[in-house]
Write a protein that binds this ligand. Structure first.
Ligand code: FES
Length: 576
């Protein structure tokens, strides 16, 4: 593409710094107060470095250093860096769920960029919701942006056994409950599973979304696969700082990069990675911020023709560190290229074709070929039926195959508290064919759609050797989780979706081949139950939670706030 390069007078920041009036006097004098002279910023692009560092986010604990490295690149390229902290969304610590706050960070990002003299931005994220949140805000603001991914932590280790974030926590927790490992062994695992800064190192939501954003064209080639502590990540930070300054002069904005074809590339990448089910919600929300109205059907269309090429946990064997050494995402995309739109523009200013050309795979067991995939399909499946008329999501490759076509009696939990109280009750009438159902865990019911969708296997079944069961909920599931978990059932039960009408003992039937999810209950019985159903009271009487509950949309719509979607223009602030 060829656009006219911007002049210094055309920079957005010129209105803060470059004119001669009372307000610009204030901006310049206050910049001087911070120790900068005019030569530091005059006529230069102002680059906001939106940093989601926090003392309570171990996935981003290297971001203070990385921010300095980004600044180095901005200075080198003739820009003026301004670091701006934003809410961190620490997946492990924030309750009830970071998903409650994804849209808050998206709003914060958009409004930070709008209200301050930013000409462009580097977005620093990685821990699960931070990536889509930063991108959603930046897409709406439509200033030049580079996404700088945190990168994954190093492999976990326990007595020489590799441990993967989340996946091995669930696995060994089940073994502890089954009495197969001791409490002291469990403590050893606790001390070995997270050994360095960086995100979860399985193909969980963090790695999935960092990869998706690179495939979408918003990160420098190769950035998303580098381990957080790799010195090449530090170099990549400086390169990001250099590149964003050029992007401002080139006026290369998200609207130049984000197209339906680019969104297809991101979805295809997620499917071929065997990525997180959460990506469905986030990619829909990101695309809709650009006015690209994708829905669940696009995921299902692509999932039928995209094989899983990555042999990564939780579905496969390896971890992100292995993926990096095997060639990383760029080599992966090169293998996947027959299924991608290679003309899509990226932040490099060039089409995707150019960055992936010649990138080779160094371990053919980690990154498989189209001819020898890890799985011929099954990255995701979109299900519909009288239990989920607006759709539900499943990751078939993470389930035991015999459960992909299954019918069994429902055991219904009315919420997480009910589930925790009853799941291990020795008198619970449950066997391996039962279908565990959790409701009131959706966007409004959770609220915030917590990651409760991998319902625990009842203890008495664990002791019998059962390790997977069909589980259904309107919740989400961690990208590091696995099992026959049907998620994101829409509409959710809290607003009266059919999941609210299911009763204990009803037969639930899943057929992944036909993409169906039904309860064997007659329409007449359902109508009777619907007439008797009454909505529960909202959880939050005031504050952000009340705003969230009023405006949050359903999972199949991306869980954005209704007032944030779309491309209606918002004027830049007047400077008086
Ligand atoms: Fe941050 Fe998993 S807890 S990425």
């Amino acid at each position: 593409m060829s656009k006219k390069r911007k002049t210094p007078e055309e920079l957005r920041s010129h209105r803060w710094y470059g004119v001669s009036d009372l307000r610009s006097f204030g901006h310049r004098s206050r910049t001087a107060q911070m120790g900068y002279s005019r030569a530091d910023y005059a006529g230069k692009p102002v680059i906001a470095i939106v940093n989601t560092w926090s003392d309570i986010n171990p996935c981003h604990s290297h971001f203070r250093t990385r921010a300095e490295e980004i600044k180095r690149g901005v200075w080198q390229a003739g820009g003026f860096p301004i670091e701006m902290p934003a809410i961190s969304l620490s997946e492990n610590f924030q309750k009830p769920t970071t998903m409650l706050y994804r849209n808050l960070l998206a709003m914060e990002t958009e409004e930070l960029l709008r209200s301050y003299p930013a000409d462009g931005a580097v977005l620093m994220g990685g821990c699960d919701k931070t990536t889509p949140a930063l991108m959603m805000g930046a897409i709406s603001m439509n200033l030049p942006v580079v996404f700088f991914p945190a990168g994954a932590m190093l492999r976990g280790d326990w007595r020489g056994t590799t441990l993967g974030s989340g996946s091995d926590a669930w696995k060994y927790w089940a073994e502890l409950r089954a009495g197969n490992i001791s409490q002291s062994e469990w403590t050893e695992i606790e001390n070995g599973i997270a050994r360095s800064p960086g995100t979860c190192m399985t193909m969980g939501t963090a790695a999935t979304m960092m990869s998706a954003v690179e495939a979408l064209g918003f990160s420098l080639p190769g950035a998303s696969s580098l381990p957080a502590v790799d010195s090449r990540s530090a170099q990549m930070a400086t390169l990001a700082g250099r590149r964003i300054v050029e992007m401002v002069w080139e006026d290369l904005k998200p609207s130049d990069i984000l197209s339906p074809a680019a969104v297809d590339n991101a979805i295809t990448t997620v499917l071929a990675l065997g990525g997180s089910t959460n990506a469905v919600i986030h990619l829909i929300a990101m695309a809709r911020r650009a006015g690209i109205g994708i829905g669940l059907d696009r995921f299902d269309e692509l999932s039928r023709r995209v094989p899983v090429l990555a042999n990564l946990r939780p579905a496969g064997k390896y971890l992100m560190e292995d993926f990096c050494y095997a060639g990383g995402l760029q080599a992966f995309l090169n293998v996947l290229s027959p299924l991608l739109n290679l003309d899509c523009l990226t932040i490099t200013g060039n089409p995707l074709r150019e960055s992936i050309a010649g990138r080779s795979v160094h371990n053919a067991d980690v990154i498989r070929t189209l001819e020898n995939p890890f799985a011929p399909s099954g990255g995701l499946a979109i299900l519909r039926g009288n239990l989920a008329p607006a759709g539900a999501v499943m990751k078939p490759i993470a389930a035991e195959p015999h459960l992909l076509h299954h019918a069994g009696p429902a055991i219904v939990f009315d919420g997480c508290v009910d589930m925790m109280a009853r799941i291990d009750d020795p008198d619970l009438d449950v066997n391996a064919d039962s279908v565990l159902v959790l409701r009131n865990a959706g966007p409004k019911g959770g609220p915030g759609m917590p990651e409760w969708g991998q319902l625990p296997i009842p203890k008495k079944l664990l002791e019998q050797g059962v390790r997977d069961m069909l589980r259904i909920s309107d919740a989400r599931m961690s990208g590091t989780s696995y099992g026959a978990c049907v998620l994101h059932v829409a509409p959710e039960s809290f607003v009266g979706g059919p999941l609210a009408l299911l009763e204990e003992g009803d037969i639930v039937e899943l057929d992944v081949t036909k993409r169906t999810l039904n309860m064997r209950v007659s329409d007449a019985d359902l109508a009777q139950r619907r007439a008797a159903w009454r909505p529960a009271a909202a959880v939050y009487p005031r504050g952000y939670g009340a705003l969230f509950s009023t405006h949050i949309q359903q999972a199949n719509e991306g869980c954005d706030f209704d007032f944030l979607e779309g491309t209606a223009p918002i004027p830049d602030p007047e400077i008086h």
